[in-house]
Design a protein around this ligand. Structure first.
Ligand code: NAP
Length: 487
């Protein structure tokens, strides 16, 4: 049997149908004029024919509705520019009969047309701006007929563009059927990278948390999240790299949170207040800095029924985490926040934020803590005491015994899952919570920033928690080696 070569044929899809319909309509519209087309008839009507309308239709129906409008405008501008230049050149009269004059004039007119169209940022108008003078100058049209000729081309183009616009609007969008499934390469290229940067970053739970949330929200088709070890001093370099590589954003942990502040184009009110950035979004080459620690903390607190409104709070520590937590407690309506810190000056500096004196600095001696605990209904630990991997432990936890019945104890530490502070508080019958909720909620808010989407927040938090539980995250068990702070 003879081998018959396979000749690929173009598919008759919506684009072809639209082109055919609009060309037929244009032709039908101009048939009467086409039949009487004759230069000597004079007047605009005598010059009309279907050619330019059909060309406009063919070009415009290759695009979407919005692009059709732009194409149409460009074609009209091109016709107007070309028509004016061609007619202006015709003022040279009989001189143009000499081809040695006509040729350079035509070249100059075309250059002028292209230059004018580019000047008004309409490159697609250049074609018509050149074609029309060519037709006017090369054809044997003479006298007033030249003006009718130019007007006829404009009318034809307007009619063609209008027909194309109507056909494009009335028939289904051809892009949907043409789009088809993306190739694996296209698919990979469309995925925007996200990550957490830090040093160390190996123990970060953020990739697991964000990965689970991306999957649960279906956004994993658009984003992927990883971890990048970025040493101190390399913050600026990483920013440039992230922008060049098309990152949608990244989270930051030690030691970059403060270093990012002056590098941002814009800061959220919280990031500006804490002078610390834990979430960076990159849009249009600009850097937007957020800090989701405070809102994450507040959400986690409310989730375990420890809403600070109207409470007196004993806040332990005045480091980086306390800077985000203390103002949020005040903003959420805490009556007073006693900031007890080993270095009292640090506590005083933190309390200076509240000009109304609702934040009060205190020392960290056991007797001070005992006295404060007696009047507080919420304790929040923002020190690193009790965290896995640090040698430090509370020397004295007797202050917990002074707490009123039912007072809540919230520890920002989540590794181990239950610090000595929480164990003791639980044994005394107090409601307790570790910092895992805060870690998860700050991630939920960060993901909303990255994706510019309002997500199903409870579903996101649940997915993250489930992923951490399923993987038996070592950092969350008492024997873990995680030393991560926050993100
Ligand atoms: P930081 O800036 O280093 O501050 C540490 C705080 O602990 C300071 O107030 C420090 O007091 C105090 N401290 C350290 N050793 C002490 C000791 N032996 N006795 C008394 N006080 C001591 O750390 P951070 O960034 O604020 O983080 C604090 C904790 O919060 C960490 O365990 C971190 O993992 C946790 N965290 C959790 C989340 C979350 O999402 N759950 C987020 C952020 C942080 P001085 O001022 O006197 O040094």
């Amino acid at each position: 049997m003879r081998h018959v070569p396979h000749v690929p044929l173009p598919r008759i899809g919506m684009r072809v149908v639209k082109t055919a319909v609009s060309v037929m309509l244009s032709y039908a519209l101009f048939v009467p004029f086409g039949l009487m087309y004759h230069e000597e008839l004079g007047g605009v009507l005598g010059q009309l024919g279907p050619t330019y309308a059909c060309i406009a239709c063919i070009i415009c129906t290759q695009s979407t509705l919005g692009q059709t409008v732009q194409q149409g405008i460009s074609r009209l501008i091109g016709v107007a520019v070309g028509g004016c230049l061609g007619i202006a050149a015709l003022q040279m009269g009989t001189l143009l009969d000499d081809p040695w004059v006509r040729m350079p004039v035509l070249g100059a007119v075309c250059v002028a047309g292209v230059w004018l169209c580019l000047l008004i940022k309409r490159p697609t108008a250049c074609g018509m701006a050149c074609i029309l003078p060519c037709v006017i100058l090369i054809s044997r049209v003479t006298g007033d007929v030249r003006y009718y000729y130019a007007a006829a081309r404009i009318i034809e183009t307007v009619a063609g563009v209008t027909i194309a616009l109507a056909v494009n609007a009335l028939l289904p969008d051809h892009r949907k059927e043409e789009r088809g499934a993306p190739t694996p390469q296209e698919f990979l290229q469309s995925i925007k990278p996200l990550c957490v940067i830090g040093d160390p970053v190996g123990h970060s739970l953020s990739p697991r948390i964000q990965g689970a949330m991306l999957k649960a929200s279906g956004l994993d088709a658009q984003y992927r999240y990883g971890a990048r070890q970025v040493p101190a001093g390399d913050t600026c370099r990483f920013l440039a790299h992230a922008a060049a590589e098309g990152y949608a954003g990244f989270n930051a942990t030690m030691p970059h949170k403060e270093a990012l502040v002056p590098l941002m184009d814009e800061l959220s009110p919280d990031a500006r207040m804490y002078r610390s950035v834990n979430t960076v979004c990159i849009k249009g080459g600009r850097f937007y800095g957020y800090n989701t620690d405070g809102v994450g903390f507040l959400q986690a607190l409310r989730e375990v029924d420890m809403d600070p409104e109207g409470r007196k709070v004993l806040l332990l520590g005045a480091g980086g985490a306390a800077k985000a937590v203390a103002p949020k407690l005040i903003q959420a309506g805490a009556e007073r926040v006693f900031v007890a810190n080993r270095t009292v000056e640090r506590a005083a500096a933190l309390c200076a934020w509240d000009e109304e004196g609702r934040m009060v600095p205190r020392d960290f001696r056991p007797e001070t803590l005992r006295a404060l605990a007696a009047e507080c209904t919420l304790v929040v630990n923002c020190t690193s005491l009790g965290m896995t991997g640090t040698a430090g432990q509370f020397e004295d936890l007797t202050f917990l015994e002074a707490l009123p019945h039912g007072a809540g104890v919230f520890d920002l530490i989540y590794s181990p899952a239950k610090t000595a502070l929480l164990e003791r508080a639980e044994a005394l019958g107090h409601p307790i919570s570790n910092g895992l909720g805060m870690l998860i909620w700050q991630a939920v808010f960060a993901l909303e920033c990255f994706t510019d989407t309002r997500l199903d927040r409870p579903a996101m938090a649940a997915a993250a928690r489930k992923a951490l539980e399923e993987e038996h995250t070592p950092a969350l068990s008492s024997g873990g080696a995680g030393e991560e702070k926050g993100t």
